[in-house]
Ligand binder design. Structure first.
Ligand code: ADP
Length: 501
């Protein structure tokens, strides 16, 4: 009998629905772009109703394309943009404010205020995160402060808070499900990462009534059903999972020490740390990867702010290239960067440096430097920045990685992948299915409904597309890393000039 699973991948720029068969082949994809709104510089909002409507429409589209109906689906899995914060009215189910998107910096002042009061170590210790507008807590506070009687309504049990997983499952079940999974909850700054429960002290610090928070459940478990009125049959929702954690699962990084890097606009690097929650000494975050049958797996997470967007800059900023794909061919037209080093730290330096007051730079220019060298050095910078994060992870985890699994748009670039393998002196493995986020969510749902008995079943269907083996000699590798380190030191030393625009 066929067992189809629908994975909803609700991302920041689009919503997608992918239907998988039992062997995890992709049967169909539905996709719809999603607008963001920018009411002020650095504020990013979305319309929660638009998010929901886009999800219903992409699920329908994927069913139609696959010539299936709702009753053919054994389960739905939801993976989502993380941290994005939605508050709605418990009675009507209507959002009371825009969804505040993870990228939005509109709560910087609120976080600064908490930092001044000395809260930072508490958040770091209890949540594994840093005190930053990125995470949900300050966004909840902002909404409660910006709607009429917000605090009173929250205290009177009239409001619900949810990240996107919670919002979607609530709406799809016509309000019957009010839950979030541990991977999503671990990104709110309100969950104690040891107990995996909402923490009274943390909620108190933000004056957030605990009654507005959803129940925390396993990542892989049947949490209720999509109402039959949507797709003609009641469909179990069998997984909720944050997008980066889903990709870690979809890459089959299931053992301690396994690492994946998603090369998109930025890079998201996660290392499975098993049942151990590692407190980073190098500015990385600790987070929950997933919880299955009550057993929690943890991860270390680090990100690179500017990765694929450096290639966008080559295209749209300085006009050196026409298409992202062209960069690979161009890189091979020169034998090296001729000493050029590009540091594309346009929005500050993230892990392991954490310096916000840093701008980008190009070093090593000579009369002989040309656009190909600059392009090649820009691509190399993506691998250098990723190596910095991965080497920090190795120090925190006190082990070297054995291989790096890769996905995301820029992982299609063989030049970057080879250079990454060279720098890390580690194999880089690119899977056949590049949709690892949806794949991971579908696998987690499949485990919950028993389509797969164990993760061993999953390894059988996961296929490698290409392996990049390290080829660079050790001396060259050391020299390159040393020059990169010098460039990082130089951008850090350079005094930042703040121009608007
Ligand atoms: P996101 O999910 O962050 O929107 P994607 O995973 O879709 O990102 O990746 C898009 C990014 O990948 C873009 O910044 C683009 O410049 C880059 N990219 C896509 N294809 C290539 C390629 N062949 N070589 C290098 N970069 C690429």
């Amino acid at each position: 009998m066929s067992a189809f699973i629908c994975a909803v991948d609700q991302g920041t720029s689009s919503s997608r629905s992918i239907i998988f068969d039992k062997s995890l082949n992709i049967i169909s994809i539905g996709q719809r772009e999603l607008p963001s709104y920018y009411p002020q510089p650095s504020w990013v909002e979305q319309n929660a109703e638009e998010i929901f409507a886009s999800v219903v429409s992409v699920i329908s589209e994927s069913l139609i394309k696959a010539r299936l109906s709702g009753k053919d689906l054994k389960a739905i899995a939801i993976t989502n943009q993380r941290e994005t914060t939605i508050i709605w009215d418990k009675k009507t189910g209507d959002p009371v404010y825009f969804a505040l998107v993870w990228q939005s910096r509109q709560t910087s002042d609120l976080c600064e205020e908490k930092r001044k009061k000395g809260y930072e170590p508490l958040f770091r210790r209890k949540t594994g995160l840093v005190l930053d507008p990125y995470f949900s807590a300050s966004k909840i506070r902002f909404i409660l402060d910006h709607i009429p009687m917000g605090q009173e309504r929250a205290e009177n049990n009239e409001l619900c808070f949810g990240t996107v997983d919670t919002w979607l499952s609530y709406k799809l079940s016509l309000g019957k499900i009010f839950k979030t999974d541990v991977s999503n909850a671990s990104r709110t700054l309100l969950m104690n990462i040891e107990t995996c429960q909402w923490d009274e002290e943390l909620c108190h610090a933000w004056n957030i009534p605990m009654s507005i928070l959803p129940e925390i459940v396993d990542t892989s478990e049947i949490i209720g059903e999509v109402d039959a009125s949507f797709f003609g049959a009641a469909i179990p929702i069998a997984a909720l999972v944050g997008d980066q954690q889903a990709a870690l699962f979809g890459q089959l990084c299931l053992s301690e020490g396994d690492v994946k890097n998603t090369y998109g606009t930025g890079c998201f690097i996660l290392m499975n740390t098993g049942s151990q929650r590692i407190q980073s000494k190098h500015g990385l975050l600790s987070t929950v990867a997933w919880r299955f049958k009550g057993e929690t797996t943890y991860a270390l997470e680090g990100s690179v702010f500017v990765a694929g967007s450096a290639i966008q800059w080559l295209k749209e900023g300085i006009g050196l290239i026409r298409h992202s794909e062209d960069t690979e061919r161009i890189c091979h037209q020169v034998k090296d960067t001729h000493g050029v080093v590009v540091v594309p730290t346009f929005v500050g330096l993230g892990a392991p440096y954490w310096k916000s007051d840093v701008q980008g730079a190009i070093f090593g220019l000579t009369q002989g430097s040309n656009d190909q060298h600059i392009i090649r050095a820009t691509l190399e910078s993506i691998a250098f920045q990723s190596s910095d994060v991965i080497m920090a992870m190795e120090k925190d985890a006190k082990q070297s990685i054995k291989k790096l699994k890769v996905d995301g748009g820029a992982s299609r670039n063989d030049f970057i992948m080879q250079f990454q393998a060279d720098l890390l002196h580690t194999e880089v493995v690119r899977p056949l299915i590049s949709e690892t986020t949806a794949l991971g969510a579908a696998m987690l749902a499949g485990l919950a409904i028993g389509v797969y008995k164990s993760t061993a079943d999953l390894s059988k269907v996961w296929k490698t597309s290409q392996i990049f083996k390290p080829q660079m000699d050790e001396k060259t590798r050391k020299e390159k890393l040393e020059r990169w380190r010098m460039a990082i030191n130089a951008v850090t030393a350079f005094k930042c000039d703040h121009h608007e625009n």
